[in-house]
Design a protein around this ligand. Structure first.
Ligand code: AHR
Length: 496
């Protein structure tokens, strides 16, 4: 059997696990909002029209942050359309995704939904068709206590207290040709600076996320312009098994690692160049697996409200890669303080719904749920010795991918690990001596399936779900366990 080794020490730390690392993007796209989260006629709908069956699946994810309203949608977003009595809100053509937007779910509904699930709202502003003026008005509407036009309008619309939204994004993927009001890097650098300035002047306590889309020149220019005002630089990463090479796909999360590290490098270069004291954090505010569906496979014609779009059905192997992306994110906890899985419901969603019907969780739900709930305290540095393999496009893919968290308060250690081998189990040994005490296994959830293409459906929602493993031994301060082939694992150990 192939063997791998992990060395870790509770004093070798990468960074704290932050709740904002377990965020999601929810966008006005396809059936994400309408018939996904919001469906007033649904049998489980609450007084606000939110689907309670969906909330019941979302809550266990323990989300720290919800980014809204897009995505590409934000570049045509007219937030003023989305407030006030619902019957007065205009219906408009929505150009980013070719649909009809009724604005029945708007700003107040977004904040109410976040409060219901206990997550922080993160609002992006439109720098496509709009600019600093509308952005600062939005900050004033949301966060100013009262006594001004916009803050009093919020109060009139039923929210006496300010929303106090902390996280604010400056546009979305502004360099993309598909973006409404696309910008060159220089144009973006200017408008982002001016927007950030007036937004922070309106509320100096907010955290600003600058758009780092998409290459190093863009990131360099954006940061040259806004380093002193931005708290995070945003990047996006979607992975997919496009050429059907399963072995290569198993190592796909390594390219997310490369992206985070090269982004950190450009942040550090600008920091040095501008002689700034503060390090720039990274907001990986869109990440996921996405390749099964795209706009061209959308079954419904344009201008149909809540049309079916990009409803990827995730397989077992997709869940492994999602779990591996989470491992990669944890291992960059020193820089990546925000991470949002994109998206949550129906649209590349981890939760699926039928209009007026059932809802269920996809394969990818499980690694997210377990990582979000078990990763606590600090991420430790792991030194890994692992057998490796090559694919056509990448050399030296480690079979073992792992991250480890340690909670000082409870002395709980959790190992997240993927055995990327499609062929054989992997025996892992780990030195625990440095932690002291007597280690004992408190739980080992393992996600694997003989069929890498297995999926969950409304009829078989638990077709792919984790199982409990127990074969974990400790001898002379060394733990030994065997990861099934092509598996994602969360192993919790109590140190007494
Ligand atoms: O998440 C789907 C889309 O992917 C988002 O709208 C956009 O930001 C990205 O290209």
């Amino acid at each position: 059997m192939q063997q791998a080794k992990i060395i870790a020490d509770k004093d070798y730390r990468i960074g704290n696990v932050e709740r904002t690392m377990f965020g999601v993007l929810i966008e006005h796209l396809g059936r994400h909002i309408y018939t996904g989260m919001y469906e007033p006629g649904h049998p489980t709908a609450d007084a606000d029209g939110f689907r309670q069956d969906v909330i019941d699946l979302v809550k266990p994810l323990n989300l720290g942050l919800v980014r809204y309203p897009g995505g590409n949608f934000v570049s045509g977003y007219k937030w003023e359309d989305t407030i006030g009595p619902k019957e007065n809100r205009p219906t408009r053509l929505e150009l980013a995704w070719g649909t009809i937007e009724t604005n029945q779910f708007g700003l107040h509904e977004f904040v109410a939904w976040c409060r219901k699930i206990g997550a922080e709202p993160y609002l992006a502003v439109n720098l496509g068709t709009r600019g600093p003026e509308e952005a600062r008005n939005l900050v004033e509407y949301c966060n100013h206590p009262g006594g001004t036009y916009w803050s009093d309008l919020r109060r009139k619309n039923g929210a006496e207290e300010p929303f106090n939204i902390k996280y604010w994004g400056l546009g979305n993927e502004m360099g993309g040709s598909w973006q409404i009001g696309m910008k060159t890097a220089d144009e973006y650098a200017r408008i982002a600076l001016e927007a950030a300035k007036v937004m922070k002047w309106t509320d100096p306590t907010i955290h600003i996320i600058a758009d780092g889309f998409s290459d190093m020149t863009w990131r360099w220019k954006a940061l040259q312009s806004c380093y002193h005002l931005a708290d995070y630089l945003s990047i996006h990463c979607y992975l997919g098994n496009r050429n059907g090479d399963n072995a290569e796909f198993m190592g796909a999360a390594d390219s997310l690692t490369d992206m985070m590290e090269s982004t950190a490098a450009v942040c550090d270069a600008v920091q040095a160049d501008k002689r700034q004291k503060r390090r720039m954090n990274i907001a990986l505010d869109e990440w996921n697996v996405w390749y099964h569906e795209n706009e061209s496979t959308c079954p419904d014609p344009k201008w149909v409200p809540a049309r079916h779009m990009i409803e990827d059905v995730y397989t077992m192997e997709d869940a492994l890669v999602v779990g591996d992306q989470l491992i990669s994110i944890l291992n960059h906890a020193d820089r990546v303080k925000i991470a949002c899985m994109a998206q949550l419901v129906n649209v590349i969603g981890t939760i699926m719904t039928e209009p007026n019907g059932r809802c269920w969780t996809q394969t990818t739900y499980h690694p997210f749920l377990l990582t979000s709930n078990l990763a606590k305290g600090t991420v430790l540095k792991t030194l890994v010795t692992s057998p490796a393999y090559d694919s056509d496009h990448r050399k030296g893919i480690n079979m073992l991918s792992t991250a480890m968290t340690y909670d000082d308060a409870t002395r709980q250690l959790t190992i997240f690990a993927v055995n990327r081998s499609l062929k054989e189990p992997l025996e892992v040994s780990m030195e625990l001596r440095a932690f002291g005490g007597t280690p004992s296994l408190t739980g080992w959830k393992s996600l694997f399936n003989n069929d890498l293409k297995a999926v969950n459906t409304a009829d078989k929602p638990n077709n792919v779900a984790p199982v409990e493993l127990t074969d974990f031994t400790v001898k002379d301060g060394k733990a030994v366990f065997t990861l099934p082939k092509a598996s994602w694992n969360a192993i919790s150990i109590q140190l007494n």
